[in-house]
Ligand binder design. Structure first.
Ligand SMILES: Nc1nc2c(ncn2[C@@H]2O[C@H](COP(=O)(O)OP(=O)(O)OP(=O)(O)O)[C@@H](O)[C@H]2O)c(=O)[nH]1
Ligand SMILES: [Mg+2]
Length: 291
């Protein structure tokens, strides 16, 4: 009988959760940027081995803040634990564990599913893996701890073997050829958001969301997708569009190139920029964005 498990990946913002899920799945499942709070949803990535299937759940970074958006993201990260059989607690070896790390470790100490500690970014010149290791051992003494570099793909097979050993016998939840279950509409919007964050991170790291408005199949088999990039202020609209439209063109071209890798049909993007000063305070809007 094969094994199967849902494994939630939790950690502070920018600890490398999304980089890890992509490396584990060997494909871009979840968007990555140097800006904290990039991931806003529980994103599933599937790994199949002859021993069984692990469905990884990437989650938003655990961040302490009173802002509405952040509260929702934190809540979502903790809720993913309720859907999981195993939990991976990712700690960034380049950062000192402060109050936020303490708070997350305390929350995880109360969780009843098996927990595995993961020290990430060991490739980084400023990494102090012993410090991160000692922190996890102190706060969560029962956890086994692995050292990895998600970016360089180091230590991942050992981690997968360990999780398969911990997993219980059970059916595969997804067909073997699946590496994610995300809808194309969501993936397209996310890839666009990744390009915007990575190009405008100093000016508007969290000010945007991408609203998929329409799509149609063209005669050549490609998909034309229309999306609104929603910003909070007029000045931000100018940043996204760029001088003479150069920025939005770059965003479109890079996103189309990534999408060409992800889908077996071409995606042609029609991007517009819209201003909505209150989207981050709009409960209905947040309901539709954070799930
Ligand atoms: N050197 C190094 N950098 C890494 C590694 N893993 C992730 N990073 C970098 O860390 C930054 C954050 O990575 P993400 O994967 O987006 O982090 P995250 O935990 O998903 O962040 P949120 O979604 O915001 O919570 C990016 O600049 C990554 O390139 C690693 O193993 N080594
Ligand atoms: Mg992420």
């Amino acid at each position: 009988m094969a094994k199967s498990a849902f494994a939630a990946i939790v950690g502070r913002p920018s600890s490398g959760k999304s980089t890890l899920i992509n490396a584990l799945c060997g494909a871009k499942v979840s968007i990555v940027s140097p800006v904290p709070q990039t991931t806003r949803n529980t994103v599933r990535g599937i790994v199949n081995r002859k021993e069984g299937q692990i469905v990884f759940l990437d989650t938003p970074g655990f961040h302490i803040s009173d802002k509405k958006l952040n509260l929702r993201l934190k809540d979502l990260a903790l809720r993913a634990l309720g859907d999981a059989d195993l939990v991976l607690y990712l700690v960034d070896a380049t950062r000192e564990p402060g109050p936020e790390e303490e708070s997350l470790a305390a929350a995880l100490a109360g969780v009843s599913i098996p927990l595995t500690g993961v020290v990430n970014k060991i490739d980084h010149p400023e990494a102090q893996p012993e410090r991160a290791m000692a922190f996890i051992k102190e706060k969560l003494p029962k956890a086994e701890v692995f050292e990895i570099s998600a970016k360089e793909g180091k230590g991942l097979e050992e981690l997968i073997d360990h999780l398969l050993a911990k997993a219980e016998e059970g059916p595969a939840w997804y067909p073997e050829e699946y590496y994610t279950d995300q809808e194309p509409v969501f993936r397209i919007a996310e890839i666009i958001r990744e390009k915007i964050i990575n190009h405008t991170r100093e000016e508007l790291p969290h000010a945007i969301f991408v609203d998929f408005t329409a799509s149609r199949k063209l005669a050549d088999g490609s998909l034309e997708a229309s999306c609104d990039i929603v910003v909070e202020r007029d000045s931000q609209k100018g940043i996204v569009i760029g001088k003479g439209g150069t920025m939005i063109k770059l965003i479109r071209e890079e996103a189309e190139a990534d999408l060409a890798e992800l889908f077996d049909y071409a995606v042609k993007l029609r991007l517009m920029v819209r201003v909505d000063p209150s989207w981050k305070h709009d409960d209905k809007r947040l309901d539709s964005l954070i799930f």
